[in-house]
Design a protein around this ligand. Sequence first.
Ligand code: MOS
Length: 692
Amino acid sequence: MFAADRVPDGLAHAALATATIDRGRIAALDTARAEAVPGVRLVLTRLGEDELRTAGFLMAGGYAFQSFQPLTSDRIAYRGQPVALVVADDPVAATHAAELVEARYEAEPHAVRIDDPGATVVLQQEAIPLPFLADVVVGDADAELAKAEVRVEAVYEHPSQNSAPMELIGAVVQWRGDTLVVHEGTQNAASIRHGLAHQLGIDAERVEVVSPYTGGGFGQKNSLQPHIGPLAIAARRLGRPVKLVLTRPQVFHQASFRPVSRHRISLGADASGRLLAAVHEADQQTSRHDLFPATFTEVTSRLYGVPAFRGRQRLVQTDVQTPGYMRAPFEHPGAWAMECAVDELAHAAGADPVELRLANDTTHDPVTGKPFSSRHVAECLQRGAELFGWAKRRPEPAQWIASDGSQVGWGVAIGAYPAASTPAVARAVAYPDGRVGVEVDGHEMGQGIRSAITLLVADLMGVPANRVTVGLGDTRVATQHLTAGSWGTSSALPAVHAAILKLRETLGGRRPTGAPVAVSASNGLPEPLQERARAGQVALAGPVWDDFVAYSFIAHFVEVRVAAGTRRIRVPRVVSVADCGRVASPVTAASQVRGGVVWGLGAALREGLEVDERYGGFVNATLEEYPVTVNADVARIDVEFIDRPDPLLNPVGVKGLGEVSMVGVAAAASNAIFHATGRRVRRLPITIADLL
Ligand code: MOS
């Protein structure tokens, strides 16, 4: 049962009226016709700032995906922003009434593209002076580039995209006496709890957030959404539970999205293709009200052992809701650009793309000089090449025609993703009947964290998996720090591991008789981080640790076929080999990689938001017009793991997997299209039009 499936007694239904301009102010709002609709109970248009405070931006010490809180001023900051919340006895009346709210606006000029006049460019490290957001600079990359025998330089353009999770954003909000109970699909129950407490001026002890299953998050559900505060106020005024489910176009216009980014990459190598220097200059879109920080170069500086690197990251403010984290938010676009450039370098140097990558592998992190805790990139490439049959590849592009007349291309790319950890506390309970229960920080959003925890507990306790129960995604059972950044399983499992070891010790090999036996343990992150987590703040350790740097890695091999005449692009097969440390749950892990591959192919060939220059917002804000990859697009995907534990990172030996799965897929596909056609397309998605 997902959040909005709940139908408590007396449930009222909400709908939103939304702004039709991109920037300006509300001059007048007429709600008379909306209020006259039978069944309408409440039309909220303006809340006092003392009644509903801003929850602040998640990445600036706040709790929400953006600092801007609709319905608290006359300001319009983006098209689609809510201007009224209508609550009625049934959803039809609420939706109908919301359409009858009439607004008059004073519009101001707006900028929707990063090159539009009025878009403001800021240098990230000056605008947000935090060490982890500073430009990565190692050696003198520009001087080394000038000396290089082989050089490539190119600009790669990545569109904005929407996570478009199957479960729409929505909530059922209810007061139980003085306690506010929120059911919402989320990756961060703690931020909703503490954010609402802050917004409404109540004690966090009086907010409960329940989210045992989320129908896909992908970063879009990583914090408090702006509709929940107004819903809580509506529920209090009406004395009834209230439900709101955003429509799909509202999800596109009111939730975070992957911003536009542009990447200029310069690479220099010796004649054999050994990299001497790399420069990565990236521009990323953000909103007017928040600086959504970019960390593209954190990963692109570490894909290879490049001795000199210069990164530069700029943010471009436009009139949109604040963009955010969408699966492999920087790693996917950054690695797409870098791994296309590396392919261009291999072509220029006359080197095999796999051999060139192997020749540039490293055991040490080029940025800090520390060793990687584990890095099996070479094994991923070698095993992948073997499974794929890479040795049979014809090196020259556009030389390979299949019997049906289509052009065949094979491409390769690697990916990396930082292995960070977040605070997690697990409570383990042994029952007299042999059942074992675990309650821990973590959110299940389809990635299989429940399975991974269940398998570990069953293994350590020597009980069948069906005797294990797992509680998570619920502020009543644990803190529920943000589950994202591929740190969910790798943060929860060490806490569960510690709690189960303690439980075994306490039990001394016997089942409890009488009362259940319960113990708690944390995953051992320092107390100041645990304290931040308990306060609902983002608390992160890694990927740079005292003695090592920890990343997950992957290699992807993609075959494309480009039809003669129509130029339709198909992907008949993909081989992916991942290094995620110990594989905690083989079935869900392989499923994660397939999902990442499918999404990477979507990014390469399907997904891109089209902005509406006239009114702001997005033109293709439905699943009909924003095509995500579907089953008909997916053919054979073979997945293997270098299943070697990383004992430096944590006692269980797990690194992250979810997001690294996607990193490099779009590059491997782009490189395969170049190999098939001889045409280098440096803008995603690559469509028929690019190949005609
Ligand atoms: Mo993910 S984009 O870190 O939820």
